[in-house]
Design a protein around this ligand. Sequence first.
Ligand SMILES: NC(=O)c1ccc[n+]([C@@H]2O[C@H](COP(=O)([O-])OP(=O)(O)OC[C@H]3O[C@@H](n4cnc5c(N)ncnc54)[C@H](OP(=O)(O)O)[C@@H]3O)[C@@H](O)[C@H]2O)c1
Length: 259
Amino acid sequence: MGWVLITGASEGLGREFAQLAAADGHMLILSARRTELLEAVAADLSGRFGVEALVLPADLSVEGEAEKLWARAVAGGREISILVNNAGLAAGGGFADPALWAREYASVMVNVLSATVLMKAAAVEMAQRGQGRILNVASAAAFMPGPGMAVYHATKAYLLSLSEAAAAELAPAGVTVTALCPGATRTDFFRAGGFADETLIQRLPMPTAQSVAAAGWTAMKRGRRITVTGIDNRIFAFLPRLVPRRLVTFVAGQFLRRR
Ligand SMILES: NC(=O)c1ccc[n+]([C@@H]2O[C@H](COP(=O)([O-])OP(=O)(O)OC[C@H]3O[C@@H](n4cnc5c(N)ncnc54)[C@H](OP(=O)(O)O)[C@@H]3O)[C@@H](O)[C@H]2O)c1
């Protein structure tokens, strides 16, 4: 079995993907910024599942870091058989708020640019080998604009679009691309994004990171192109096809508005 490269593996969904990969017997390359957390995940999983686990810290909001991460990951002839583009972040608040820019910028760098760099590098090598799997963690947010989290929704719409096109292109080469589109999930995501507990979306019951990651991992193994987790999110992903876009934007904004 080859290596699985997982970004954002220090906590939340990424840590769950690492566990699923280890349980399947894969060797792990774990990346994020917080080295101590990554080391703890690596030690835990190699101890429990007997797999090799390599920690490669990287700040994917910094230009050039994704290229360096890939180069370190494949150094010495390591073959990445699965790429999990999971690292991601949001900035909660109004688009005209200048205080949000640093985090909005980071979210474009991590969710869009670095994810694309890693996906491109993986696609080139996997297509040459005639096999490989890419799992991109998009979001149900990809299906609609999100006033109150505008940049984040736009980044996930990009990632979904790229995933679908690449999936179609790469299928004949034996490479699958899966976009996982979860709704709000119980992780540190909202706190990290600067949301106080005052938006409607945070009051809804949220599935665990474990269940969402498991759904994504299964979909990736089956080579599915898109998987939206939860019946409520599937409805929200489908409705924008039927309803005027302005109304879709208004409704999404109600879920993200501070109360
Ligand atoms: N939770 C939700 O409601 C939800 C819903 C739909 C989609 N998603 C998506 O799911 C993915 C995982 O999020 P999560 O819910 O597990 O959130 P989380 O618990 O906040 O985890 C985010 C992960 O991304 C990493 N990360 C953040 N900034 C980074 C940077 N600059 N460079 C490298 N890594 C960075 C973090 O590691 P470090 O801080 O150690 O760098 C962490 O491991 C994201 O793409 C998110 O957009 C989440």
